[in-house]
Design a protein around this ligand. Structure first.
Ligand code: ADP
Ligand code: TRP
Length: 338
C-alpha cells in the first residue's frame, strides 16, 4: 500500500494493563508504521480516554491506565517528534465535532454497531432487559470515533478486524455530509487491516487476552514474566518423540515473540524429538526478557517521571488541536452557511 504523504491515525483505549499479545499485535506494528509514515505524511496516535470511561468508572484505575499506556508507547519507541501523540480528552474540538456528527448519523447505524450489539446479546443471555447497563457513551461510541478520525482529514486507519465497521460508519457519515452540502467538507477515510498482525495465544491456548486471565504481562517483573511462562500449558508426550511444532502451544507463542534463529532451533528440536518443554520455556523466557528488558527500564523511568510525559502529551495536544480546529471551522461553515 502506498502510504506516501498520507495521514494515518490510530487510537488506543486504556482499558487494561498490556500483555505481549498487545505488543506484537498492536503496539509494535503501530510504532513501526509511525517511523515509516512520518517521513512523508502524518502519523497520529492517541489515547482514547473518553472511549474508556464508557467502561471504567473507577477514576483512580483509569488514571493509572492512561498513564501506563502513554508510557508503554513511548518506551516501545514512539517518537513524539515524528508522531502526534496526545490524550483524546485534551482536544476539545473533537467534542464539538461529535455534536455536529450526531445530527447526521442515522440512529439505525448505532443499533447495528458491534460493541452495542454484543452488549445487548450479553444481556439477552443473562435474561436481562436489552439495554440494561448500556450507557449512551457505548451506544454512540462510533460517533466519537468518527470524530477522532474525521477531525484530522485522516486518509487511513490501521485496524483490527473488529474495528472495520467503525471506520465504515465514519466514512458513511462524512459521505452524507459531503453529499448534502455538495462539497468535500470532510475527507472520506479508509481502513486497512495490517497483514503482519498475528494473534498470540495465551498460556492456556486461547487467544491471549486480559479478559481470559491467561496473559504474559508486557512489563511485569522478571518473576512475574517467569511465572506466566512456566505456567504455559504443555502435553505429556515423551520428550524423545518427534512432534509436529504446529500442534504445540509453546511453539506458537515462541514464534510470535522470539528471534528467527531461536524459532528455528525449537522447530528442529521438536521435529527431531529430545528437546524438552522445560528447555523451550527457558528459551522463551530469555527471548521475552531480551525483547522487553530495555524497554521496561525506559517504561519504569517514564512512569517515575510522568511530568515529562505530560509535557510531551501537552505538546501533542497542541499540534492535534492546530489540525482539528480548521477542519471543525470548515464543517461549521458548511452546516451554518457561515
Ligand atoms: P484484550 O484482548 O487483552 O482485551 P484488546 O482487545 O484491548 O486486548 O486489544 C488491544 C489491541 O491488541 C488490539 O489491537 C488487538 O488486536 C491487539 N491484541 C489483543 N490481544 C492480542 C493477541 N493475543 N495477539 C495479537 N494481538 C492482540
Ligand atoms: N475503538 C478503538 C478500539 O477499541 C479505539 C479508537 C477510538 C480508535 N478512536 C479511534 C481507533 C479512532 C482508530 C481510530 O481499539
Amino acid at each position: 500500500m502506498d502510504l506516501q504523504g498520507k495521514t494515518i491515525l490510530t487510537g488506543v483505549k486504556p482499558t487494561g494493563t498490556l500483555h505481549i499479545g498487545n505488543y506484537v499485535g498492536a503496539i509494535r506494528p503501530a510504532i513501526e508504521l509511525g517511523h515509516h509514515v512520518s517521513q512523508t505524511g502524518r502519523h497520529i496516535m492517541f489515547v482514547a480516554d473518553y472511549h474508556a470511561i464508557n467502561a471504567i468508572k473507577d477514576a483512580v484505575l483509569l488514571k493509572r491506565l492512561r498513564k501506563e499506556i502513554a508510557c508503554v508507547y513511548l518506551a516501545c519507541g514512539l517518537d513524539p517528534n515524528q508522531s502526534i501523540f496526545y490524550m483524546q480528552s485534551d482536544v476539545p474540538e473533537l467534542f464539538e465535532m461529535t455534536t455536529i456528527l450526531m445530527a447526521y448519523t442515522p440512529k439505525g447505524f448505532m443499533n447495528k454497531a458491534h460493541a452495542y450489539k454484543a452488549a445487548v446479546d450479553k444481556n439477552h443471555i443473562k435474561g436481562e432487559p436489552a439495554d440494561s447497563g448500556i450507557n449512551m457513551g457505548l451506544y454512540t461510541y462510533p460517533v466519537l470515533m468518527a470524530s477522532d478520525i474525521l477531525s484530522y482529514d485522516t486518509d487511513l486507519v490501521p485496524v483490527g478486524k473488529d474495528q472495520i465497521q467503525h471506520v465504515e460508519i465514519a466514512a458513511d457519515i462524512a459521505g452524507s455530509i459531503n453529499a448534502l452540502y455538495q462539497k468535500e467538507v470532510l475527507k472520506i477515510p479508509s481502513y486497512f487491516v495490517q497483514e503482519a498482525s498475528q494473534t498470540l495465544p495465551g498460556i492456556d491456548g486461547q487467544k491471549m487476552s486480559k479478559s481470559y486471565n491467561n496473559v504474559i504481562p508486557l512489563f511485569g517483573t522478571d518473576a512475574e514474566i517467569k511465572k506466566a511462562v512456566m505456567s504455559i500449558k504443555t502435553d505429556c508426550q515423551d520428550i524423545n518423540a518427534p512432534k509436529n511444532p504446529e500442534e504445540i502451544l509453546l511453539y506458537h507463542i515462541i514464534r510470535g515473540i522470539a528471534p528467527d534463529t531461536v524459532v528455528q532451533e525449537v522447530k528442529e528440536g521438536l521435529e527431531k524429538g529430545g528437546m524438552g518443554y522445560g528447555t523451550i520455556k527457558k528459551m522463551l523466557l530469555a527471548s521475552i526478557l531480551q525483547e522487553v528488558s530495555e524497554k521496561r527500564e525506559k517504561y519504569n523511568n517514564y512512569m517515575a517521571h510522568f511530568d515529562d510525559v505530560q509535557d510531551m502529551l501537552n505538546e501533542g495536544a497542541k499540534k492535534a488541536r492546530a489540525i482539528a480546529r480548521p477542519v471543525l471551522e470548515r464543517t461549521k461553515d458548511a452546516v451554518f452557511a457561515r
